[in-house]
Design a protein around this ligand. Sequence first.
Ligand code: SF4
Length: 459
Amino acid sequence: MSQNPPNLRPDIAQPRFDADRRQGQPSIGMVSLGCPKALVDSERILTRLRAEGYGVSPDYQGADAVIVNTCGFLDSAKAESLQAIGEALNENGRVIVTGCLGAEPEYITGAHPKVLAVTGPQQYEQVLDAVHAAVPPSPDPFIDLMPATGVTLTPRHYSYLKISEGCNHKCKFCIIPDMRGRLASRPAHAVLREAEKLVEAGVQELLVISQDTSAYGVDRKHAASPWKDREVRAHITDLARELGGLGAWVRLHYVYPYPHVRDLIPLMAEGLVLPYLDIPFQHADPAVLKRMARPAAAARTLDEIAAWRRACPEITLRSTFIVGYPGETEDEFQVLLDWLDEAQLDRVGCFQYENVAGARSNDLPNHVAPEVKQDRWDRFMAKAQAISEAKLAAKVGSRQEVIVDEVDGEAATCRTMADAPEIDGNLFIDEGFEGLKPGQRLMVEVDEASEYDLWGRIV
Ligand code: SF4
């Protein structure tokens, strides 16, 4: 996450949708706000609708109704969701609301009484019921064959893979456990089957997501399920090893710094999983972490980071932080700055603390003044940027495998193994790139670096 979160709206994949819409086919539009997890929900809903014979409209005008998948994580995200609902009502008029903000229906209907229905997160069946009521299906069994891997809103060569839903923690600034419930993991074989289908359909990179990836399978007591000729436990290490065998890049997101994360690092060193950990530390001062009620608040994270780097020197570490948490003193903030100096994280996102309706942190004493939060954010980001710049400069002259995301008239936009789509930087090839195709993997030599991006040439 960064101060300016990436735009994950589905517009990125629009041209693929309505190309072969048949006459009279009912069509639904989708506006997907929020995090990659919400995007996966949107994909699931569209997959089901597509299987039932609906088309997917890339614009408001071509849609018989519009689903708005909302985010309610921060008050600013709620405001954005309300605005998106308002826009869909103005442009189309027939709007079904789902997603995190759907957990607070009166908040939505208070602002927009004309919405057709409001359903909460993961209420797939209710969303489908609402669509059926608004726009009855008109299936054509000869045409509406379910696409092999469902509909993906992300470009075809990478795909999010959701392994669990919900969270058993109670971080005070977070209302996700209230909205999404306790941890519910998918069985290992179900995740692997979906991943295998995606890879067979051409996906080159699997982005493993959940609310708490390291906790995967705890609710199932890590029960094994049959997969091919063996049993695979619902445990992140076992799952990551199996995913790594499929041949695509596998990138792990939202991994909490529990001790068993150590067991994932050898898989990275072996090349089964990308040497990349997205690990939300949120802060470094023990007292602040305790006030946040973070899991693993007492973990000696600097020691852990040093051990990971010893086991896999090329590992890239990404994290997110909150500055200006209630009660954060200048000394506590300084602990965070010093920690970052030592940790030398490759990628860093930072939020200024915001109250979220329903979060327990709202009631904590000594909220930090807005100008102090801004000042701390500026100082934190200046340090993070200097670290990133130095780390990227050190890559000049190195050879890197990259994946191509996009090719236009000026350059091929690629990513190295150290860059997750949407949230990290890019590597640009601006010579001899014309024949490259999205999803292609190739070797480049890095010849230039900025604070966040690289440039390179094909070798
Ligand atoms: S670990 Fe904490 S921040 Fe993450 S979803 Fe659970 S409660 Fe929220």
